[in-house]
Write a protein that binds this ligand. Structure first.
Ligand code: ADP
Ligand code: MG
Length: 419
């Protein structure tokens, strides 16, 4: 959703209530006319047989690109794709992305085969205002991940201004994210600003009741976020693989379900903190169990005090769904991270589907809903519910960092707004 100039408009539930929390300069604060602007985007999209499979990340950066184009900037896009580990890997070349921009999105982009030196300065020298060039995968160069100053300065040397719109990469101190900001005036794009505004508003000014729905496979990745959420929410609804560590911490036997033994104490600590703060901590009362994670596996419903040895919980059960739905129906704010079950397999997808539907319905009624996490986003897409959520973050790791209250190196490095 964007107006003619490509500036994003608020979606359902956000209205005008979003407070601006962003303290960095953005593309609106500088004059880019005729300037060479190096724009770090996150076009790390899934590609199968040379075709872009999911264009969410590309489309999220379009408002910034369109704005710069209309303002008459010469736009040089830089991104990574996959993990080529500092060498040229043909499979990770950006040609499919350039093709997608040119053919599917109608945005004329000239793709180069390098990111620095030779061909790059020549191509940039011959650009006219509004032209767009896409550099080759920046992770083909070892200097990128090492944040090598010499490499960063080479990359910066072809531009007058740096714009970061790569929210999904902004938790990494890489040359094209942090290093370049030593050499160029550096500001944020609309996506970066919008991500930070949404995530910070969620933690600082949530409307109550505020519920978090947490699932997925590991609590170890999410401890920091869970801990912070307890300070802000009225309740946490759990599912997915992570709930079994909590169930085990409470003394239940969970068969072969996913358990992080080394997190049991941490889980007990979280349960205690929730109790002390009066935050309702919901664990499933029943689960769908099977002996293996496969399409062919026989599955059945079991209460959580009755998971047989050799079986594992792979989704929340019908009784749990019936308990979670009315809780979500009271929410004014919802944050969701992590599927409720192994939603990739039909037999274990109901919990995630029902919870996603409940969040979508509550959003329709005016609640603010924010979803973070690559797999949660994939689940929403599979169910066709992505448009029914107020805001879906494009950055898994980066959004978790913001919610933890940590500073993102790629944001810190940008220029502060003048007050
Ligand atoms: P996100 O990417 O949204 O943050 P995670 O990466 O934490 O989510 O977890 C997603 C994965 O968790 C999915 O691939 C899903 O199959 C898996 N998962 C969900 N529930 C279970 C479960 N009960 N046991 C094992 N894996 C699970
Ligand atoms: Mg994931």
């Amino acid at each position: 959703m964007a107006d003619e100039r490509g500036v994003p408009e608020p979606r359902a539930g956000e209205k005008e209530e979003l407070k601006s929390m962003f303290t960095k300069k953005t593309v609106r604060d500088i004059d880019v006319k005729g300037k060479r602007v190096l724009v770090r985007v996150d076009f790390n999209v899934p590609i199968t047989d040379g075709e872009v499979e999911d264009d969410t990340r590309i489309c999220s950066a379009l408002p910034t690109i369109q704005y710069l184009k209309e303002e008459g900037a010469k736009i040089v896009l830089v991104t990574h794709l996959g993990r080529p580990k500092g060498e040229v890997v043909d499979e990770f070349r950006l040609d499919p992305v350039a093709h997608y921009l040119n053919e599917k999105l109608g945005i004329p982009v000239k793709k180069l085969n390098r990111s620095v030196n030779g061909e790059v300065s020549e191509a940039v020298d011959s650009m006219s205002p509004g032209d767009i060039v896409l550099l080759e995968n920046i992770r083909f160069y070892p200097g990128e991940s090492k944040n090598d100053p010499e490499f960063a300065s080479k990359l910066a040397s072809i531009a007058d201004i740096y714009v970061s719109d790569a929210f999904g990469t902004s938790h990494r101190a890489h040359a094209s994210v942090v290093g370049v900001t030593d050499y160029l005036p550096s500001v944020a794009g609309f996506l970066l600003e919008s991500e930070i505004d949404h995530l910070e508003n969620l933690m600082k000014f949530p409307k109550h009741p505020f519920f978090a729905v947490l699932g997925g496979n590991k609590i170890s990745d999410k401890i920091g976020v869970i801990d912070k959420l307890i300070d802000n929410v009225d309740g946490i609804l759990t599912g997915g693989g992570m709930c079994f560590t909590f169930l085990k911490a409470k003394g239940l036997s969970v068969g072969n379900s996913l358990v992080e033994e080394e997190q049991l104490d941490m889980a007990r600590g979280i349960l205690k903190k929730a109790r002390e703060k009066g935050v309702s901590f919901y664990l499933p009362s029943d689960v769908i169990i099977a002996e293996e994670i496969s399409k062919e596996a026989t599955s059945k419903v079991a209460t959580v005090d009755n998971i047989p040895d050799g079986w594992m919980g792979l989704d929340i059960g019908p009784q749990t769904i019936d308990i979670y739905q009315p809780v979500l129906a009271r929410a004014k704010t919802i944050f969701w991270n992590g599927p409720m079950g192994v939603f990739e397999i039909e037999a274990f997808s109901q919990g995630t589907l029902r919870v996603a539907e409940a969040i979508a319905e509550q959003t329709r009624k005016g609640a603010l809903s924010i979803v973070g996490g690559g797999d949660s986003d994939a689940a929403l897409k599979r169910f066709g519910l992505e448009d029914k959520i107020s805001f879906v973050s494009t950055g898994g790791g980066a959004s978790m960092k913001v919610l933890e209250g940590a500073d993102l190196p790629g944001v810190m490095a940008l220029e502060d707004k003048e007050l």
